[in-house]
Design a protein around this ligand. Structure first.
Ligand code: FES
Length: 211
């Protein structure tokens, strides 16, 4: 058993309790790992209770896909971003163990791989919900009701805070900067789906498509 801490975690549970923030833990299960999460404000403590040995990502068909990707690049290192993306597609997030595997496959150091993973916000360093929802809350969308969309998403998904995962493990909601659709407020991304013109009223209908 080992613990995985969200890198954003720097506020103690005790501080949050003192401020009256809900710190009740909850649990959910992904495909092969069980997590216990204590929700503390905008952050989450994640305890990985999975005790089985690490299961490599790059085997079988996934390894063959990586080999085909490698053929398109002059060096193994150049394929680092797509290799990490394959890990995230397969596992939903990129653990330290997966970073080590990528480093071995591409003949890099784990520190180099971790530096890249931590630089790009689109790589998840901790588990997220089955449906990862990003909402643009930059000024133009904000003026058109993005905050109401965020509130509706948090309410209807059961996520208690931005960045937290719903107790059923289905959703994680985050806010992001301009998604490049300023004339179609409010744009959101659900996984890789791009949806425009979302309003608070439309949120329940939108979520029905993502169960
Ligand atoms: S400000 Fe929201 S998409 Fe550009």
């Amino acid at each position: 058993m080992f613990d995985v801490r969200c890198p954003m975690l720097d506020t103690s549970l005790r501080d949050h309790r003192a401020r009256g923030v809900d710190t009740e833990p909850f649990e959910y299960r992904t495909s092969n790992i069980e997590y216990r999460i204590s929700n503390i404000g905008h952050r989450a403590t994640i305890m990985n209770t999975h005790t089985a040995p690490y299961d490599p990502v790059f085997t079988g068909e996934t390894r063959q896909r990586l080999d085909r990707v490698l053929e398109r690049y002059p060096t193994k290192r150049a394929a680092l971003l797509p290799a990490l993306w394959m890990v995230q597609e397969t596992r939903g997030w990129i653990s330290d163990a997966a970073m080590t595997e990528v480093a071995e496959v591409l003949e890099l150091t784990p520190a180099y791989v971790k530096g890249v993973v931590t630089f790009y916000t689109m790589y998840h360093q901790h588990p997220v919900g089955k449906h990862f929802i990003q909402v643009c809350t930059t000024t133009p969308c904000n003026l058109c009701g993005a905050e109401e969309v965020v509130r509706a998403l948090l309410k209807h998904t059961g996520c208690r805070e931005l960045g937290a995962t719903s107790p059923d493990g289905k959703y994680t909601v985050t806010e992001v900067e301009c998604l490049g659709a300023c004339g179609f407020a409010t744009p959101i991304m659900v996984g890789e789906d791009f949806l425009e013109g979302v309003t608070a009223e439309k949120v329940p209908e939108v979520l029905k498509r993502y169960q």
